[in-house]
Design a binder for this molecule. Structure first.
Ligand SMILES: Cc1cc2nc3c(=O)[nH]c(=O)nc-3n(C[C@H](O)[C@H](O)[C@H](O)COP(=O)(O)O)c2cc1C
Length: 300
């Protein structure tokens, strides 16, 4: 079964992805947070994260978010210039700023723009594309309406998160809707949404057309979920790499701590230890809180 680490802006940057791949593993591919346009330009910071050099040796899929064919073409050009021949398109981001500008799940409300993107994909036979989408922004009808166009895209697979964009992360993933899309979809499909262990999914995936799972917050909570390593062993090694990179490359306690706190935010450890780490306001306090946590870790 194919397993992908979902992209999570602010959490799964190249340093985190590499640390996970090297120290824990168990995942087939890592998707980058989306590369986007800002004030008419491609964000330099995003391109630094997709730089092949910082992703070397890690199975990585760069992702873009676009509102029309032109924007999509510019983003693909930039990634292809970096040497990528594999690109994922985000049609699922529910953040209001992206949705309002017709990107992410907002794109699902503009089949004409999806069509232009599909044409742009066909002009790039050298690239393997995939799409990550929601079932709609306001209603399921929107997702269903774009499926004929998505079916005409040259795709390796579609990853579907069966919530509407307007739900953001509220409520439960709509499994019935997922099965409906599975029937409508010509491409292999990857399930995404609230997967916190894989045992209960193994049979279901084996007995269906589902290609595999994409896991986000579940892996941030338990990075060791798919590995044979003891949780504390893998986590300690991962932390050492993220820590080393932060103290070497970032400036000042506040910048360093903001990166390091993100490492712990979703982690499934007991409240007392987590609170001490997240409350730390100097690197010294942080180091102490982490040392105490690793001395007697309590994983949930
Ligand atoms: C903080 C945060 C940042 C995210 N950033 C991205 C992103 O850059 N690209 C994307 O396709 N999805 C993004 N997502 C959505 C996740 O990839 C995933 O689809 C979602 O969390 C549901 O999967 P999960 O329940 O396994 O976490 C983000 C989600 C969160 C919570």
């Amino acid at each position: 079964m194919y397993i992908a680490f979902a992209p999570l802006q602010g959490y799964t940057d190249a340093v985190y992805r590499r640390a996970h791949w090297k120290c824990v593993g168990g995942v087939d591919e890592y998707y980058t947070p989306f590369v986007r346009m800002e004030r008419g330009e491609i964000r330099r910071k995003d391109l630094r994260d997709t730089d092949p050099e910082v992703n070397r040796g890690v199975p990585t899929v760069p992702q873009v978010i676009a509102r029309d064919g032109d924007e999509f073409a510019r983003l693909c050009d930039a990634l292809q210039e970096q040497g990528w021949n594999r690109i994922d398109l985000n049609m699922g981001c529910p953040f209001p700023m992206q949705v309002k500008s017709g990107r992410g799940s907002g794109l699902l409300q503009h089949p004409d723009c999806v069509k232009k993107i599909q044409k742009e994909m066909l002009c790039r036979p050298e690239v393997s594309f995939s799409v990550k989408m929601r079932t709609g922004q306001e209603s399921l009808d929107e997702g269903i309406a774009v499926m004929p166009i998505v079916n005409e895209m040259p795709l390796l697979h579609i990853t579907l998160h069966p919530r509407l964009g307007r739900q953001q992360y509220k409520g439960y993933p709509n499994q019935e809707a997922f099965l409906h899309f599975l029937e409508e979809c010509k491409h292999p499909m990857v399930y995404n949404g609230d997967v916190s262990e894989i045992e209960s999914w193994t049979d279901m995936v084996a007995n269906s057309k589902i290609k595999g799972l994409m896991i986000g917050r579940g892996l941030l909570a338990q990075p060791w979920m798919l590995s044979n390593k003891e949780p504390d062993e893998g986590l300690k090694q991962m932390h050492a790499k993220v820590y080393q990179h932060a103290v070497t490359n970032l400036c000042g306690d506040s910048q360093i701590l903001s990166r390091l706190h993100a490492f712990w935010e979703y982690l499934a450890i007991d409240r007392k230890h987590k609170k001490a780490i997240l409350k730390s306001s100097t690197l010294r306090q942080y180091d102490e809180a982490v040392a105490v946590t690793f001395r007697s870790p309590v994983f949930l």
